[in-house]
Design a protein around this ligand. Structure first.
Ligand code: FAD
Length: 477
């Protein structure tokens, strides 16, 4: 029996023993301080959490569950935790009054949906008995098990779940900055004001104008997302900005869903994929009937975007080419949201290492990190991933509180994307832990069949829109 299990069993034995409640609490505290004296910090946290759990089981104060961030991961976790443990005392701290969903936000650029359509409120969570407070979290005291907020608040917890999303590293790109992103060259990779700005810039773009999308390096949220955005903008320009060019500058040579996206670009926009795609996909491509104005310059072709000049409205690539544009959408490198680093949860990768079974931080016991901020190996940074991770972690914490073993986890992800308004594609994966890491365990093809019919592609576009509705309901209502 390992040390953690030995200790948990001791706590459970004390809790089950026929002794008065006050003495039981003292004994449990005694275990905790003995372990702290021995420098055994992990089980110390376990002691406190087990104590809270046993108090809950004994009809005392319920375990205090604190959640930071009410995006996809945090909201889903709070909802499912409440469903699995109706008595749990759950508080969510979120800095914004409502969530602006990132998924589906590229459709704002074409006017298919409005900024208001992206807005998701927290009434559904509140009606479930979850406390959702508008608080900007600024720090963590792991020893006191307290979170600090900008308003001076201090929130104690037995279990802390953090799902703060990402931070965009504007300053990592010469010429770029937060100020430039907010006024001249938006990224819109965290949906909000910059998404609306990009929409206005596209409306103002002249006919025959040039739109440049600078794609991010790995790892980034929503792997098919930049390419979906480029396709949707290109399709829109063909009716609204005749003769416009769309150029994707890419620090990578490939991306998730690349083959099916490129088949879509080929059929819809006369795009001729570069090698090795052209050979690999030759049976599924049509011969271009005309010239395209959609371009994809990859790393190997020197296309990596390395600098911007907001005055001249240019992007410089790794090969030294200077590309002038009327509208630039620069998606810079990213890492876990700033609060994750402020809480000391990140490693040198900029993301948060976690125990794969539970998503408990390997830095601070009792703190769990979900979604884009976590290091989840083969799982992509997607809303679907954040949602499924949240459910698995809610189950793990529920079982820990009940003193039962945590079940072997399994996760899934489906990322839908559009190559055009009526041309949907997808990647679907299942995951388990293999040799200590989260690995894909698919036994079938991940992507839509290359031979999909037009009807199947239209259906996939409908599935995407219906997924947007269902994931929002599943996470927030
Ligand atoms: C254009 C685009 C398209 C996408 N399309 C898809 C798609 O089709 N399918 C898909 O699965 N995924 C998609 N995604 C990705 C998906 O939206 C994210 O992966 C998902 O939202 C991650 O969830 P999260 O909980 O990690 O972070 P988020 O959903 O970003 O939530 C983080 C929350 O934490 C809050 N927060 C941060 N710091 C603090 C603080 N200090 N104090 C209090 N609150 C704080 C934020 O305000 C936010 O509400 C897309 C993303 C983009 C940009």
């Amino acid at each position: 029996m390992d040390k953690n299990r030995f200790f948990l069993k001791a706590v459970q034995d004390v809790s089950r023993a026929d002794i008065p409640e006050a003495s039981r609490r003292l004994l449990l505290k005694g275990f905790a301080s003995a372990l702290l004296t021995a420098g055994w910090a992990g089980p110390m946290a376990l002691a406190s959490r087990a104590e809270a759990a046993q108090a809950a089981a004994a009809g005392g104060a319920p375990a205090r569950i604190l959640v930071v961030g009410a995006g996809v991961g945090g909201a889903t976790f709070a909802k499912y935790m409440k469903m699995f443990s109706p008595g749990a005392d759950i508080t969510v701290l979120e800095r914004n009054p409502y969530f602006t969903r990132h998924y589906g936000s590229s459709e704002v650029l074409t006017g298919a949906v409005s900024m208001d359509d992206l807005r998701v409120d927290y009434e559904g969570l509140r009606q479930r008995g979850i406390r959702v407070l508008e608080e900007n979290v600024v720090g963590l005291d792991p020893d006191a098990r307290e979170v600090r907020t900008a308003s001076g608040g201090r929130f104690g917890y037995d279990f802390l779940v953090v799902s703060p999303g990402i931070e965009l590293l504007y300053d990592a790109v010469p010429g770029y900055s937060t100020a430039v992103a907010e006024t001249r060259i938006p990224s819109g990779w965290i949906a909000g004001r910059q998404t609306a700005l990009l929409r206005r810039q596209l409306l103002d773009m002249p006919e025959n104008g040039t739109f440049v999308l600078a794609a991010p390096p790995n790892p980034y949220r929503c792997p098919p997302g930049p390419y979906e955005r480029a396709a949707l903008v290109y399709e829109w320009t063909r009716t609204h900005k005749k003769g416009a060019r769309v150029i994707v500058l890419d620090p990578k040579n490939d991306f998730v869903t690349d083959e099916t996206m490129l088949i879509g670009w080929n059929h819809l926009y006369e795009f001729e994929p570069p090698e090795p795609y052209r050979t690999r996909l030759k049976d599924y491509l049509k011969k271009p009937g005309g010239a395209t104005s959609l371009f994809w310059r990859r790393k190997d072709e020197g296309g990596a975007p390395v600098a911007v000049d907001p005055g001249a409205m240019t992007v410089t690539t790794a090969s030294g080419e200077v590309v002038r544009a009327d509208v630039i959408n620069f998606i810079p490198p990213m890492r876990a949201a700033r609060i994750a680093a402020q809480m000391g949860l990140t490693d040198k990768s900029g993301f948060c290492p976690v125990d794969r079974r539970t998503f408990e931080s390997t830095v601070h016991p009792g703190v769990y990190v979900l979604g884009d901020a976590s290091i989840a190996d083969a799982m992509p940074k997607s809303g679907f991933s954040a949602n499924t991770q949240a459910k698995v972690t809610a189950r793990a914490i529920t079982e820990t509180i009940a003193g039962r073993p945590v079940p072997e986890p399994a996760w899934s992800n489906t990322c839908y994307a559009l190559a055009g308004d009526a041309w949907g594609i997808f990647v679907a994966d299942t995951f388990r832990i293999v040799e200590g890491k989260i690995a894909r365990t698919n036994t079938r093809a991940r992507y839509q069949f290359y031979t999909a019919t037009d009807g199947e592609r239209r259906a996939a576009a409908r599935y995407l829109r219906s997924w947007i509705r269902t994931i929002t309901l599943d996470s927030f209502v």
